[in-house]
Design a protein around this ligand. Structure first.
Ligand SMILES: [Zn+2]
Length: 475
């Protein structure tokens, strides 16, 4: 008897390291889930794809993106879909507005959010009390967030305040990530990273963009990268990721004639510009700072890229300076080393490959990750581990990151010659094919506390239990 499926992907090289599969297989999808992965599946489907010669992997999970209005990110849903991503974690929020903008701008991905801890915005001071942090965490989770983000590199807390946030999240089983940096140690370096790891005091923590502490300010970047790896090896509860893009990203916002973010000031210093609005303008005009601006047209309308020079200044002014900007501060060697380096036991030194993208135009897990596969610096299975399986585990999403029957119908198909994603399914629905996005309803990762808020916005809730996120890394 022949079955009828929602989708059949025929003849691709299925690479699913969690289930030990690397072979030419057919994949059948029905009712939002993977139902069969077999050498040859009999039956028909509403949609059949001949994917011979392609790699079929569990949907890409980018555990570090920006999709909130604050970071100019709502357009990022479409940009992520075009990049082959099916699940993403927004790493700042704020959660206020995130569920609404996901309902309005989402195209069918599964997204979650951790909400920033920002003095004067979400907490009163740079040294919030445990009770104040607990209150903010509870309200953020009630709005749908799965945890909190410390933005030390932009808006640092004290060491004590930072440790308080991590401990408060641990007490609730919430997710927490720390862009390292405190009032005492504000400048990014391996020492800042080590301070942040120590402040975690053995609690679970997501250490984002490890490459950003390895920009060669004190030693060659690749030496700093190795030092960062050794710091993380001493903190086995900490999950880490790095990204491969040369560009950083920071708010270009100026108020009272000066840039608001510490990161903006550091980039201005590195380029030899004063820490003023006029200095920002000159840095953009000269091509040192690049400004996020819409570059897409037609089917890609709303897609954001980076512009500089006179066009950059115009885009920055048009946004009244409140727009994301970037500078090319990430050297190549540490970026590559951090993605490929392994520990003595064979595990990756940095757990996941992420982008810090979304609305920031660097959704390059495939674009910059597959060249490492071509160079034999990663196997295809290792790429899948870092881009899907490991981040799904960190998020506590047991039905993602692999293709066993019953797993979520999240699939990314890769063209290994052109180094591009060519097809994706999310929740059993076609999300992207050949550069076109087929928008559908999004899902929002939340905890039981946020379920009502997510559903009230008309989104399906993907509920993770507190404590399931950031599980023991070696468990
Ligand atoms: Zn980020």
């Amino acid at each position: 008897m022949a079955n009828h499926y929602d989708a059949l992907l025929r003849g691709g090289r299925v690479v699913d390291p969690a289930n030990g599969i690397d072979a030419v297989m057919d994949v059948a999808v029905a009712d939002g889930r993977i139902v069969q992965v077999e050498p040859s599946i009999r039956g028909t489907a509403a949609r059949e794809h001949d994917v011979a010669g392609r790699v079929v992997m569990p949907g890409i999970v980018d555990m570090h993106v920006h999709l909130s209005e604050w970071m100019g990110g709502p357009v990022g849903h479409r940009m992520l879909a075009l990049a082959g991503v099916t699940t993403a974690l927004d790493m700042a929020g704020p959660i206020e507005g995130m569920v609404r903008t996901t309902a309005a701008h989402g195209v069918g991905l599964t997204v979650g959010c951790i909400s920033y801890v920002r003095p004067g915005h979400t907490v009163g001071s740079a040294n919030p009390s445990r009770a104040e942090v607990a209150d903010y965490l509870a309200s953020a989770m009630g709005e749908g967030a799965i945890g909190l983000k410390l933005l030390g590199g932009h808006f640092p807390l004290t060491q004590e305040g930072s440790a308080t946030v991590i401990a408060a999240c641990a007490a609730e089983g919430a997710y927490v990530a720390f862009h390292a940096g405190t009032l005492e140690t504000p400048n990014p370096s391996v020492a800042t990273l080590a301070e942040a790891c120590g402040l975690a005091a053995g609690h679970p923590l997501h250490m984002p963009h490890v490459n950003s502490y390895c920009r060669g300010f004190s030693e060659p970047g690749v030496i700093e990268g190795q030092a960062a790896i050794e710091v993380l090896a001493g903190h086995p509860a900490i999950w880490s990721e790095s990204y491969l893009a040369p560009f950083n990203g920071f708010p270009g916002t100026c108020s009272n004639g000066v840039p608001e973010s510490n990161a903006a000031r550091r980039v201005l210093t590195a380029g030899g510009y004063p820490h003023t609005e006029a200095g920002m303008e000159r840095a953009i005009a000269d091509g040192w700072i690049h400004v996020q601006a819409e570059i897409g047209a037609g089917a890609h309308a709303g897609v954001v890229g980076l512009v500089t020079g006179a066009d950059g200044v115009a885009a920055w002014r048009a946004a009244a300076t409140a727009v994301g900007v970037s500078a090319m501060v990430n050297g190549p060697e540490p970026r590559i080393h951090l993605v490929t380096a392994k520990r003595p036991d064979g595990a990756f030194a940095i757990d996941a490959l992420a982008t810090d993208g979304g609305g920031l135009p660097r959704n390059d897990i495939v674009q910059r990750g597959l060249p490492l596969v071509r160079m034999d610096a990663l196997t295809v299975a290792e790429f899948v581990t870092k881009a899907s399986w490991t981040p799904a585990r960190a998020l506590g999403l047991a039905a993602k990151g692999h293709l066993a029957p019953g797993a979520d119908g999240d699939i990314t198909v890769l063209d290994m010659e052109r180094l591009e994603p060519v097809l994706s399914y999310a929740g059993g629905r076609r999300l992207m094919e050949a550069g076109e996005v087929f928008a559908g309803p999004s899902r929002f990762v939340t905890t039981p506390a946020g379920r009502a808020a997510v559903e009230a916005a008309g989104l399906d809730a993907v509920v993770v239990e507190p404590g399931a996120m950031l599980p023991p890394r070696n468990g």
